[in-house]
Write a protein that binds this ligand. Sequence first.
Ligand code: ADP
Ligand code: MG
Length: 239
Amino acid sequence: MLEIKNLNVWYGGIHAVKDTSISIKRGEIVTLIGANGAGKSSAIRSIAGLVKGAKGSVTYTARSGESISLLGKQPEVMVRLGISLCPEGRRILPHLSVEENLMLGAYSRSDRDGIARDIEYGYTLFPRLRERRRQKGGTLSGGEQQMLSVARALMSHPDLLMLDEPSLGLAPILVSEVFEVIKEINREGRTILLVEQNAFAALKIAHKAYVLEVGCVTLEGSGAELLENPKVKEAYLGG
Ligand SMILES: Nc1ncnc2c1ncn2[C@@H]1O[C@H](COP(=O)(O)OP(=O)(O)O)[C@@H](O)[C@H]1O
Ligand SMILES: [Mg+2]
């Protein structure tokens, strides 16, 4: 579904992503783990067309069979192709209500009934959001904002959902809750690219995983394999 070959990202003299290749099959959860500064956000953001000057090839095969090169494409094209990014740091709008934030995720659509159904679906995934539907986004706790951000990314019905560190800053119990929902979203047929510093939580749910170190992929395997890998245990799982 997504073939990333020799992806390179530079910011001036900083070479943040170096010749990275990642392959994602339809229906999988693929995770990219790595320490702070490893280049995870740069990689996912360049796939989403948000980094100018990214080089390499990123080829996406849509459900229709259409194959298209993503680098340099506009965000509207991503939405049309069924790709949605849930960015790092919960970029919700603080002065809008929970429900208004969800509506924004459907900006590309005009089917009011469908949108209402999808908002309901978001509330089913995260019942806490339903209780707070009229509350301003900025007054939600960090975990609730993260849930809102995931629910909003689903409002465009993505085939491929990309998540940048959904566990960031969350208490362990909320990490489990958000990751259970990611698994559920995947069971419903959506492909997931998950970027995470929380290697344990990510590897537990991933079909396929890549380790990114200072911009380079240094290890790859199934989630289960990497959970058992001595280097991964030592560097990312606390020994
Ligand atoms: N907009 C930017 N301008 C300059 N350097 C950046 C920018 N974004 C990220 N970097 C640098 O690129 C490297 C990778 O960052 P990032 O992709 O955010 O890593 P991660 O998401 O794995 O923490 C870091 O050295 C970071 O300082
Ligand atoms: Mg990041």
